[in-house]
Design a protein around this ligand. Structure first.
Ligand code: NAI
Length: 349
């Protein structure tokens, strides 16, 4: 379905740029949702999009998500996203990423990009030959996953305090869907708490090895969402919370790293109706973007770590606001982000 360009205005985007480099086949959309808080920061997604409309829809949605994520994380950063439409047939990846670097550079620092689905640190190193506005590469932030995992861990503890009045996880069961970079690091943080861990991953060897390392239990991928657990941590892909899965959930808390966990916005209400404490994904998984703050904002390492740990306080505040105002946690998070943005716009010189 074509995306009306009106969507750009309706969702509040400041600038959306279409780039085409006929020599390399590079085609991309760079969406800057907001620079009210600072330069727009967001990953570069590379995908074989079926149409430019599909790519535009993704760029608009994801860049707006970055604005909200950065605002709630308290970072002086705006939100943006780049989507690169992979051409059909063989691709000269280096040429593509050089073209991408030039496209990012043309925005003059209003947009700073990093890794996302379909990009590797090596791709970004290539882009960085054309522009300094690249983060998350060697010497410029590094791997964000351990920090994402740490934020999810402290976020789970905050949810536990809210739900049970204690963050003692000994004897509780935590189910983790996906033990990739974030899920595995999260499992390693949870194991010493005495929580029983249930793990699932498409990669049978990886999940088996981790289960042996931590004394955890492997669960078939089709059973992990409805596993008999106190906490469910989705750390694989998005849209896992839908009409089919929500009625089957047994966990009191859903708190994980995966982006866009709700299949549709209305699923926030479905979770709330079941009394499930849901940590909005963009709040609890902000550790990765926060880990870029020393590079992007010149902050100290210690300040960055404190910011990651403060995800727990933000969530505690959010859960209380949601309960007080009768909102879902997702709506409460959006409202919090909008408040921060409105204040920044008011105070803009
Ligand atoms: P990853 O690619 O390292 O790990 C994902 C894992 O999920 C893989 O091991 C994969 O085999 C597994 N998986 C895929 N489909 C599955 C399924 N149906 N059932 C069970 N396992 C499945 O990705 P990473 O970096 O660990 O990220 C995980 C999630 O967290 C993604 O949604 C990502 O967008 C999100 N995220 C990651 C951040 C980071 O710092 N890496 C930051 C913010 C969000």
């Amino acid at each position: 379905m074509p995306v009306p360009l009106d969507d750009m205005f309706a969702q509040g985007h400041e600038q959306v740029v279409l780039h085409h480099d006929p020599d390399t086949g590079y085609r991309a959309i760079l969406a800057l949702h907001s620079t009210a808080l600072g330069p727009a920061v967001g990953g570069t997604r590379v995908w074989r999009y079926t149409s430019a409309d599909h790519a535009l829809r993704d760029a608009l949605r994801l860049s707006r998500g970055m604005t909200y994520k950065n605002a709630v994380a308290g970072l002086a950063l705006g939100g943006g996203k780049a989507v690169v439409m992979l051409p059909e047939g063989p691709v000269d990846r280096a040429a593509l990423f050089r073209a991408h670097g030039r496209a990012v550079h043309a925005l003059g620092g209003r947009f700073v990009t990093a890794e996302d689905v379909g990009t590797t640190p090596a791709d970004l190193e290539v882009a960085a030959r054309e522009t300094p506005f690249v983060a998350g590469i060697a010497g410029k932030g590094g791997d964000p996953s351990p920090w994402t995992a740490r934020g999810v861990f402290v976020g789970i503890l905050a949810c536990a305090r809210f739900a049970w009045g204690t963050d003692d996880l000994a004897g509780r069961t935590v189910a983790i869907q996906g033990v990739g970079s974030v899920g595995a690091a999260l499992a390693r943080l949870l194991a010493p708490t005495g929580a029983r861990l249930l793990l699932a991953d498409l990669d049978a060897a990886r999940v088996q090895a981790l289960a042996e390392e931590l004394g955890a239990t492997v669960v078939p991928i089709g059973e992990i969402l409805a596993a008999d657990a106190d906490v469910l941590a989705p750390c694989a892909m998005g849209a896992v919370l839908d009409d089919a899965s929500i009625p089957r959930l047994r966990a009191r808390i859903v708190a994980g790293a995966a982006n866009n966990q709700l299949a549709e916005p209305r699923h926030a209400e479905a979770l709330a109706a079941r009394g499930i404490v849901h940590a909005p994904d963009y709040v609890i998984n902000a550790g990765g973007v926060i880990s870029g703050s020393p590079t992007l904002l010149g902050e100290t390492h210690d300040r960055m770590v404190r910011r990651v740990d403060a995800i727990a306080d933000t969530l505690t505040d959010l859960l209380a606001r949601a309960r007080r105002d009768g909102l879902t946690t997702t709506h409460a998070a959006d409202a919090m982000a909008e408040q921060v943005l409105a204040a920044a716009r008011r105070n803009r010189p």
